[in-house]
Every structure is written in C-alpha cells, then in structure tokens.
Design a protein around this ligand. Structure first.
Ligand code: ARG
Length: 459
C-alpha cells in the first residue's frame, strides 16, 4: 500500500530497501520535542490568523501534548513506514484527534519543519555546552587559585623553557575555553532565525504570521529568504566547527594530563574516580578518561567534515542528502558533552603535586634567560653577548653535572669576570616567576588579577 501522507499518486508502496535507505526515524526521533513545539506554535498561529478554527487548533494542541507524553514515557510506537519524526507524530495525532490533524500541515512543508526542528535542537545543545564550558572554566579557576604561586616548568618543544606558575598554566586553558564559549554564543545568535513559514521553498499563499511562530519558539526573527531558510545547514556546521575547536582544546589538555600523570612527571595525581586499573599490572592507575577525550575528538572533527561533504555540491533548495545532517551532529554533540563533563570531573578532582612541579621547574637550566637578562641589565652587555656567555655557563654546569644555581661565583667569573654574587638572586625559580610582571605574564600577582577578572566574566 502507498504512503498515507504522500501516496496519492502512487499505486504501490516502496521496496524494503527503499524504506531502509529513506527512513530517518531511528535517529530523528530525537527531534520529537522540538517537532511538537514547532507544530504547536504553527497551529496556534494558523488559528490566530483565521486559517483554521479555534476548536481545531485546540484539538491539535491537546493531541500533540498527548503524543509528546506518549513519546516521553516510551509508549509511542515509531514506524519506519512513516519515514521520519514529522510523519510519525502527525499520523499518531490523526489517530488521536481525527480529522483536525489533517489541517495542521496547512501552509507548511516538512522542509521548513525539519529546518526549524533541527535549529531548535542545535540551539538547545549550544545552551547545554555553554553551561558545561562555564563549569569547566570554574574548575580550572579553582585550580589556578589554589596554586597561583606554585612554580612549574613552562615548555616549548616539550623541553624545559622557563619557570611559570601553575595558576598561569590553568588560566591559559580558561582563556581557550572562554573563547570557545564566546564562539558558541556568537553562533547561537546568528542561527536564531525561524525557517517556519518558508514552506516547501517559496513561501505560502496563506495569510500566515511568521513573526508569531518565530516569537513563540524563541527565535529573534523569521528568516528573510524562504529558499535559504529550507536549504542551508550552516547553523549546524557552525555548531560543529565551534565544537571542533573546543574539542581540539580538550584534546590538548587531555594530552597534558596523560603526560603529567605519568611516573616520570608526577605533576598531577588523578583521582581514583577518573582513572582505571590494569587487569595484569597491579601497580597501574591509567588516565583513561583523558585518553578517551583525546580519542573521541576525532569523531567531532569527522562530523564537521562529513556534513561539509554532504552540503558542498547541493543545488538550492532542499535535497534528501540533507537528512544526513542529523546523525553526525547528534553524535558530535553527545561526545562533546561527555568530554566536557569528564574533563570537568578530572580537573575538579586532580591534585597538583607542588613539590614535583617545583623540582621540575628548578632543573633543566630553566632560569638561563633570567641570567642572560641580568647580564644585560646589570653589566650593560648586548643581549646577544649575554646569550653567548649564558650558553657557556650552561655548558659548564652540564660538564659539572649541576644546575646553574649550583655553580660557584668563581665558576661564573671564569666565563665573565664582571659577574657578581647578586646574580644568584635571579637564578631561583620563585624570583624568576615573580619578576615576570608584564601584563599577562606568569607572576603570581598577574595571575591573581586574571583570576579576579575571570570570576567577574563567569559570574
Ligand atoms: N526527514 C527529512 C529530513 O530529515 C524531512 C524533510 C523531508 N522533506 C522532503 N521533501 N522529503 O530532511
């Protein structure tokens, strides 16, 4: 038998394979609430504009609420023959309220319907991601606060570079996740236009009120071009690209946690709650959550690329290719939320090991730049000469198998006779970080100012 929604011109029903490739209900059932919200707004508008009667609108509204509660309580029977969430809901509405159900689709198409549903869904996800990012930034701020003046090595090329503070390192991630937050908020603002009323592609001859449905659904305004409204998915792509950048940040941080929690580094101890053991090696405590965050990020990048590929060759307006926008986006959103929650949990629980951090900061000639700066400041040497002299001192320390502060004054003077005892003041890691007072620098005083600033932003 042919389809009850569009089967008028069909004598036969679809092949089983046709149904399998065409049906989206297995995944787009996740749009049920948005679909019903959209239909309620549309029906109320149709009645307000005199296009359907108030009693029909009332029957539709009540029927849709029944359908929603059936779906939410797991009583709803989804049908593949009805293809997607839109036709599943409408068919059930017809069973419940009868004839008025057939009036709901007046002045509407599944094309503007799905564009509206999916926009609402992505918008809801952005709000959830927003809250998760704020929570993560708060956890990072708490870490920054408790170790604002703890010293650790700062790295370039993963080689010891200069001492920095733990607070400063934590705040670097707050900056990154803070920009992610603003990217998502920015994308939300741009996508918040209502496609409803664009109908199939050209608009409708019914005297609808697009502002009314836009308002009811929390959109800022109706989309201004009906062809564009039904045929672009850039709002989902923007969500996925914001998600990709955020995921990249999560992955870098996860990688640091993997390195830092190793026995060789011992910078942090992860909690038992966010670690796992080995079935053979009794001593093991593995940073699996961090590793899985690092790995899951690939799916999010993949979703972004996949949807780009789906969209890039499509002529205006709607093509069924666009049904493939949802699964990828759902998967990326789910995994981003999971990764954010796992990262927040790890950061909240983790213990930074102050002694290991400081010991690591003090090794590897981390204050060589401070020594070179001292030669410039105190002896008036050109920086290039100071750099060369310091290099010789590092070589000397290496030869003696010690660190820079362990050299004697005589050792120092054998390389440059102007060096004085007070040079040792700048070789200590605490003095080193305390001296980096330039705006945005690692000095604890700067870190504390940035913590206050971020608390204000996130409040
Ligand atoms: N399930 C479809 C989708 O997700 C809904 C829109 C169908 N429109 C159409 N003209 N067949 O894209």
């Amino acid at each position: 038998t042919s389809n009850q929604m569009w089967g008028g011109r069909f004598a036969a029903g679809p092949d089983a394979i046709m149904e399998a490739i065409n049906a989206s209900i297995d995944f787009d059932k996740r749009l049920a609430r948005q679909d019903i919200d959209g239909s309620r707004a549309h029906a109320a508008m149709l009645a307000a504009c005199g296009i359907i009667s108030d009693s029909d609108a009332d029957a539709i509204r009540k029927g849709l609420l029944t359908v929603l509660s059936e779906i939410e309580t797991g009583k709803f029977e989804f049908s593949k023959a009805l293809e997607d969430i839109h036709m599943n809901v409408e068919a059930r509405l017809k069973e419940i309220i009868g004839e008025p159900a057939g009036r709901l689709h007046t002045g509407r198409s599944r094309n503007d319907q799905v564009a509206a549903d999916f926009r609402l869904w992505v918008r809801d996800q952005i709000d959830a991601v927003d809250a998760a990012l704020v929570a993560l930034c708060r956890a990072l701020l708490a870490q920054a606060e408790s170790g604002a003046d703890w010293v650790m090595p700062g790295f370039t090329h993963l080689q010891t570079a200069q001492p920095v503070t733990w607070g400063h390192h934590m705040l670097a991630y707050v900056e990154m996740f803070g920009r992610d937050l603003s990217r998502f908020r920015d994308a939300r603002e741009r996508m918040n236009e209502s496609p409803l009323g664009a109908a199939a592609l050209a608009g409708t001859s019914f005297p609808i009120d697009r502002n009314m449905t836009a308002d009811a659904l929390g959109f800022d305004r109706p989309a201004a071009n009906s062809l564009d409204a039904v045929s672009d998915r850039d709002f989902a792509l923007e969500f996925l690209s914001c998600a990709s950048i955020c995921a990249m940040h999560l992955s870098r941080m996860a990688e640091e946690l993997v390195i830092w929690s190793s026995a060789q580094f011992r910078f942090v101890t992860l909690s038992d709650r966010f670690s796992t053991g080995s079935s053979i090696m009794p001593q093991k405590k593995n940073p699996d959550a961090a590793e899985l965050i690092r790995a899951k990020i690939g799916r999010i990048f993949g979703a972004n690329v996949a949807l780009m590929m789906v969209m890039k060759g499509l002529p205006l307006t709607y093509s069924k290719d666009m049904q493939e926008d949802k699964e990828q986006t759902f998967d990326a959103a789910d995994n981003l939320m999971l990764a954010l929650a796992a990262m927040e949990g790890m950061v909240k629980d983790m213990q930074a090991n102050r002694e290991s951090l400081e010991a690591a900061a003090s090794s590897g000639f981390s204050t060589a730049t401070d020594l070179a700066d001292w030669l410039v400041r105190e002896l008036g040497l050109p920086f290039r000469d100071a750099h060369h002299i310091t290099g010789s001192l590092v070589a000397l320390a290496e030869e003696k198998n010690c660190d820079l502060p362990d050299l004697t004054l005589e050792d120092m003077q054998s390389v440059h006779d102007g060096i004085r005892q007070d040079v040792f003041d700048v070789l200590g890691v605490h003095n080193s970080v305390a001296s980096r007072t330039s705006y945005g620098g690692t000095a604890p005083a700067q870190v504390r100012e940035q913590i206050v600033r971020w608390k204000g932003i996130l409040a």
